[in-house]
Design a protein around this ligand. Structure first.
Ligand SMILES: Cc1ncc(COP(=O)(O)O)c(C=O)c1O
Length: 395
């Protein structure tokens, strides 16, 4: 039976990253996969994580399963990080959350719960969106609709197009929004635009579903959650899929949560029970290690301070890289790359064609997605000039 299955091509992003690793060119540049890399090209472990880990190893006396909803300290800490410790929804007790295997697990559990609540719901996704959203959500059985989002000509959000498309979202539909640092384009909504989305959700009755995987990597922890918090302050129901992969550097520990902001406390508990049953169906219990570390960091004042300082430095470095990259590209090409500095987080489209992206790979060992999406954190002082000169050579 199994011999009937064909060999599938590698995942587009992971496959390119593997091709770069196998490339013997010492000047190669990997701008593919969305992980933060420091000046040495290493994805580092946060000092706060190392400290929490040392303490955990000393104290941990059991590897028994966590509860289905995960670690309580972690869930509490992450709710406060995402919604704000002064959140009225939190104070009213109308929030519940389940710890999940990363942001992907959070998206999947959210999709399972939405499907159980509203089997006819359509999920509206931005065009473009992170490609993994599509199989993660649609495989639960919900149809996807696209709304216009990125305008390649202006390198910004096509907000008029977005609003026009979302006018077709009905009561009972779900609109997936990137909380900050849009993947793949880096173009984010302004707070005023988030307000317009809140008005539309109120009037039309659709529910926002917010994927926040980069909180703290755009402008800062509070700033990056401002749009999400605005929606939560105005609407009765919002679902959030949060990831600690990037902002705590816990990628391989698979640490995230689905946060349900519900109409009231009883409803929040009912939804949590649905999420726990959905998790049991898919993977049972979440992994412990990352959440036990994150829970400590997010709720301990000293560790939290160490972490926030590291994260702020990371965020500042990304923004510095954006302006360095803009400067180098403009110097080598004579063209306007100011949009790179306006975008947020790790990603940008350089605006190259697929042929140009392919030439960069073949001729220069510079690896980016065919869409010319780059991970800005793959740039460093030693590859900046080579990268900019290479890009200019194919323009
Ligand atoms: C937009 C977006 N959402 C969610 C995730 C989920 O990440 P993870 O499952 O690694 O926490 C990612 C990771 O790259 C992402 O880019």
């Amino acid at each position: 039976m199994l011999e009937n299955l064909e060999l599938l091509p590698p995942d587009s992003i992971l496959g390119l990253s593997a091709a770069c690793r196998a490339d013997p060119n010492p000047d190669k540049v990997d701008l593919t996969i969305g992980i933060y890399m420091d000046e040495r090209g290493v994805c580092p472990v946060f000092e706060a994580v190392q400290q929490a880990q040392r303490a955990l190893v000393e104290q941990e006396i059991s590897k028994a399963y966590l509860a289905p909803a995960g670690d309580e300290l972690f869930n509490r800490g992450l709710q406060q990080l995402v919604l704000g410790s002064d959140s009225a929804a939190l104070a009213a007790g109308r929030v519940s959350s389940i710890q999940t295997p990363g942001g992907c697990g959070a998206l999947r559990i959210a999709a399972e719960v939405i499907h159980a609540a509203a089997p006819d719901a359509r999920v509206w996704v931005s065009d473009p969106t992170w490609p993994v959203h599509i199989p993660l959500i649609s495989s639960v059985g919900m149809p996807l609709e696209k709304y216009r989002y990125y305008d390649p000509a202006s390198h910004g959000v096509n907000f008029d197009g977005m609003v026009e498309d979302l006018k077709n979202a009905r009561a009972g539909d779900v609109v997936l929004l990137h909380g900050c640092c849009h993947n793949p384009c880096g173009a984010d909504l302004s707070l005023q635009q988030w307000g317009v989305i809140a008005d539309m959700a109120e009037q039309q009755g659709f529910m926002p579903f917010i994927d926040i995987a980069y909180q703290g990597l755009g402008d800062g922890l509070v700033e990056d959650a401002a749009g999400l918090r605005l929606l939560v302050s105005r609407l009765p129901e919002v679902i959030v899929a949060a990831s600690c992969s990037k902002n705590l550097g816990l990628y391989r520990e698979r640490t995230g949560a689905t946060i349900f902001v519900c109409r009231d406390e009883a409803n929040a508990q009912a939804i949590l029970s649905q999420a726990a049953v959905a998790a049991r169906r898919v993977y049972s219990m979440p992994p412990a290690h990352g959440a036990l570390l994150a829970g400590r960091i997010l709720t301990d004042e000293t560790l939290g301070e160490v972490w926030r300082t590291e994260l702020a430095a990371m965020c500042q470095r990304i923004n510095q890289l954006r302006s360095d990259l803009r400067g180098a590209l403009e110097k080598h090409s004579g063209l306007d790359f100011s949009f790179i500095e306006k975008e947020k987080g790790m990603f940008s489209f350089l605006g190259l064609s697929a042929e140009q992206a392919l030439r960069l790979r073949d001729e220069r060992s510079v690896y980016m997605l065919d869409s010319s999406r780059i991970n800005v954190a793959g740039v460093n002082a030693s590859n900046l000039e080579y990268l900019a000169e290479s890009v200019a050579s194919v323009l």
